[in-house]
Write a protein that binds this ligand. Sequence first.
Ligand code: NAD
Ligand code: DAU
Length: 341
Amino acid sequence: MEKTIIVTGGAGFIGSNFVYYMLNKYPNYKIVCVDCLTYAGNLSTLKKALENPNFRFEKLNICDKEGIRKLFSEVKPDIVVNFAAESHVDRSIEGPEIFVDTNIKGTQTLMEVCRELNVPRYHQVSTDEVYGDLPLDRPDLFFTETTPIHASSPYSASKAGADLLVLAYCRTFKFPATISRCSNNYGPYHFPEKLIPLMIINALADKPLPVYGDGLNVRDWLYVEDHCKAIDLIIHNGKIGEVYNVGGHNEMANIDIVKLILKKLDKPESLITFVEDRKGHDRRYAIDPTKISSELGWLPDTKFADGIEKTIDWYLSHKDWWEEIISGEYQNYYSKMYGGK
Ligand code: NAD
Ligand code: DAU
């Protein structure tokens, strides 16, 4: 059956991977990407999609209610998937305000317009960070969907605020929404301010690899395509009003990821530089994906050993993509964050 899906934040890392995943899997679906192209949005990421007649791009801010209403009235989406967000924890510590505007107010604006126009289905892409963190010495503990919200950073608090609004809309207005809370993604088009692409790119340039604190913080890494697959299942088969945790049981300490990247690139560990810790740095994330696996049959396809290999190869063969980024505004940001450390 033909469907029209609006994907917000589709010029960013996960959103663009989702656009490609859906265009490829559903040749009779129309995908409309809404993105205001912040520093993290990159239209060149969507170059191939723009050649596809089933794809359309609209430069628009999700906080712009009039613009969103006009577009949604015209497009009449069957499903809206909201990836649009300020997504970087370090930036939220430097300047929290935009996180509240985009992540909370933007989500509410989208839901209001969807409600007004009776859009049949809305999906909120959230994060495991809303649960706060787990201790390193309790490997038996995992985040489930009933773990209390306990956000640590302005970023995760803004995502948690959005989640609470989505759930409140479901209960109060019978708003037809679902939420997914995924662990750390990695793969193609990952913006080079995040751990894995930053380390690959710095190692290639023989630049220091800045590891926060003791490097023992643990993240639960999932190949981006497996996240896309989970969202595809939720928007087609997930139960309205439900939250689904997504993660592949792949916990790794930051320092081990960094050493692995250096080894794959044949670079010395002497490039590792321990720098000041992130304020309020979450110690460990670990997702229990039992619900999405048992209810929707989701299982990750890509093992970390293969995914990291593919990711490094992608960065090696797409230098033009990331060189364009690091020569721009990103460089000012970089010296502000790491200058003097
Ligand atoms: P990203 O920063 O790479 O991309 C965000 C995109 O949203 C960009 O294209 C940006 O231009 C766009 N955007 C930002 N503000 C906007 C606004 N006001 N209006 C329209 N577009 C706007 O982020 P990402 O890593 O791809 O994350 C996507 C979503 O997934 C976010 O909601 C994030 O919280 C969530 N998430 C990310 C991860 C991860 O590991 N990266 C894991 C779990 C959940
Ligand atoms: O868990 C899901 C979340 O994963 C998403 O909701 C966020 O949008 C996404 O950015 C990511 O958040 P993290 O803070 O975990 O990702 P980041 O890549 O910024 O950092 C991963 C770990 O690496 C974290 O413990 C901090 C550390 N780090 C990061 C950078 C950028 C370093 O040690 N050095 C660095 O330079």
